[in-house]
Write a protein that binds this ligand. Structure first.
Ligand code: ARG
Length: 587
């Protein structure tokens, strides 16, 4: 469809030139890619339309007159004749495409393995950092939003032609890490996650929470945590050994959660590996006057000129801070893999942090600081009263997925679908993820949102399971056909037969996929893909309710519609993958 639209823009541009020549207007006419294309309010008016207002002044004619003249010229254009027909409607020129040719092309494209790919980011190198947990506790609901945003955006950008590198940054150094270590020293008695039957991340998280108890019992606990950090930064072997042990537990547990939620990375980086580069960069920036030293020895920079505060980069004891390591991390990344863009998917609470970070890198003289982007997202809450977790405040990611999967399993049971779905445990997990991911992506990232588990799991409405269900319907039609059921086996497919308005609307919805991928990638908005899927599901649902496929008495029409269902299925599969909603053959 992209090519067809481009071809029509060229036809219109030529016609405008023709009209200008007739009228003796010397002013240059707009180039083809500057021609505005719109979708008419109803499809009866045409497949797309061109408003003539923008050219009226140039051509010194009323828009409606321009439309008529252009229609007259287009009628004689042989390229236009192959692609359909155009008619003036008031100030618009509306185009009706030649359906059989477009249908044949769309079906052919949807049948190729490359279906669902766009081209907006061809040749670009994009690094996407997401998830990036601290290594002192398990993932929570906010991480689930982060993870699906990052994973989905990466898949979409890569589908739009970019070379994408997905990075997870573990903040594995700092006072917060030392706190869980201190609490473990106080209460752990050398136990391991296996001893307590806990996932490693949950085990360490338990001790991080126990630090609160330690503070009640030991007024010096905070101070001790800071001392432990000094020893850690000095490379104290004993401290490092405990640190490494606890860090491996946490990361092992977190990676299990990634695997279960379909999230993966090309590279893991660790604050502990890059913070020193951050320290060195701050010290050399100090010589260049980018930073200044306070009397107490701490190192600062002043951002008043851009209406931000003063900010500390090195503590008086020389230990580094969150911002310090991010400087080192950014420099190391750009050296390692020079990119066109680096996107940090991080909660909007950190907007200030990233402003300071990007500005500091710019002041340090890195031109690529202009290619850094903070993709901020809002908070996720559950309806009040749901799921009190062990910590009482945050909702644990693993617990939530378990709960969603068990609700989905009950639903399968209630519908008596265990046999139909096959491995009902695996399918419940996949429905749970479909529900969660779709719900989290459907809203644009910036807004805070309420996650309603029951609503997200509903099989009707604007939900993941509804989309999975429609995908499964398409699969089931094809399965039956391949098993020899229905009338289509007796017919021959012919795209020319798919010319009814109903078939045509569905074809256009299929054809819109590559453009949806491109606009989603360019806007960095996975919600555009979610909306595409919902439109496809509703279009397919209406179509197959009213248009018999397998049992169509006309065998050739039945066979042609099977081809259409295959294209629908291919589009579901491609688009579902981009929003991390598992495709289901049966449900
Ligand atoms: N670990 C941090 C947190 O949990 C987020 C890290 C974001 N990424 C970064 N490069 N600063 O708040």
């Amino acid at each position: 469809m992209v090519e067809t639209k481009a071809a029509w823009k060229r036809i219109i541009a030529r016609a405008l030139e023709g009209y200008a020549a007739e009228k003796g207007v010397a002013a240059p006419m707009p180039a083809a890619d500057a021609i505005v294309l719109e979708r008419p309010p109803t499809s009866e008016l045409g497949d797309f339309g061109f408003p003539m207002f923008p050219y009226a002044k140039l051509l010194r004619s009323a828009p409606a007159l321009v439309a008529q003249a252009v229609a007259r010229i287009v009628e004689r254009d042989p390229a236009a004749a192959r692609l359909g027909g155009a008619a003036a409607e008031g100030p618009y020129l509306n185009v009706r495409l030649a359906r059989p040719a477009v249908v044949a092309e769309v079906l052919a494209r949807a049948g190729s393995p490359a279906w669902g790919r766009g081209s907006a980011l061809r040749g670009k190198k994009v690094m996407v950092e997401f998830s990036s947990p601290n290594t002192n506790k398990p993932l929570h609901l906010g991480h689930l939003r982060n993870n699906v945003l990052g994973e989905s955006l990466s898949r979409i950008m890569s589908a739009a032609g970019a070379e994408v590198r997905k990075i997870d940054h573990f903040n594995d150094r700092g006072v917060h890490i030392c706190k869980s270590m201190l609490a473990y020293q106080a209460y752990g008695e050398g136990r391991t996650p296996a001893d307590e039957g806990l996932k490693g991340d949950h085990f360490v998280g338990k001790y991080y929470v126990l630090f609160n108890k330690l503070m009640e019992e030991d007024p010096k606990a905070e101070e001790k945590a800071q001392e432990l950090l000094v020893r850690w930064e000095a490379g104290d072997a004993e401290v490092r050994a405990l640190w490494q042990r606890m860090k491996d537990w946490v990361i092992g547990g977190i990676k299990e959660t990634y695997a279960r939620t379909l999230v993966s990375f090309d590279l893991y980086d660790y604050e502990s590996d890059t913070y020193q580069l951050g320290v060195d960069s701050v010290l050399s920036g100090l010589e260049k006057g980018v930073f200044y030293r306070n009397e107490d020895g701490s190192v600062w920079a002043d951002f008043e000129d851009i209406n931000l505060d003063k900010k500390v980069f090195l503590r008086k004891d020389g230990t580094s801070l969150y911002i310090t390591q991010d400087i080192g991390t950014a420099i190391a990344r750009h050296e390692d893999w020079p990119y066109d863009r680096l996107i940090y998917v991080v909660a909007n609470e950190q907007a200030y942090h990233f402003k300071i970070l990007f500005e500091t890198l710019r002041r340090l003289g890195y031109a690529w600081a202009a290619d850094l982007h903070h993709l901020a997202y809002g908070m996720v809450n559950l309806p009040s009263g749901r799921m009190k977790t062990r910590e009482g405040t945050v909702v644990d990611a693993d617990d939530l997925i378990d709960e969603l999967a068990s609700i989905a399993a009950k639903e399968i049971e209630a519908k008596g679908r265990e046999d139909a779905v096959g491995d009902s445990r695996a399918v419940s997990d996949r429905i749970a993820l479909g529900a969660l991911h779709y719900y989290l992506l459907q809203t644009g990232p910036m807004k805070d949102m309420l996650y309603d588990p029951e609503q997200s799991l509903s099989f009707t409405g604007d939900t993941g399971p509804y989309i999975q269900y429609m995908g499964a319907r398409a699969s089931s039609i094809i399965r039956k056909h391949l098993a020899g059921e229905g009338n289509a086996v007796k017919g021959d497919p012919d795209p020319g037969l798919l010319a009814s308005d109903a078939d045509w609307e569905l074809v256009k919805q299929i054809a819109a996929l590559p453009e949806a991928v491109d606009s989603s990638a360019s806007a960095m908005e996975p919600s555009i893909m979610a909306a595409y899927l919902h439109d496809l599901a509703t279009a397919f649902s209406a179509w197959y309710r009213d248009n018999p496929v397998l049992n169509n008495p006309d065998a050739d029409l039945a066979a042609s519609r099977i081809e259409l269902v295959k294209a629908v299925k291919a589009s579901f599969e491609a688009a579902c993958a981009l929003v991390c909603v598992p495709f289901l053959e049966a449900m």
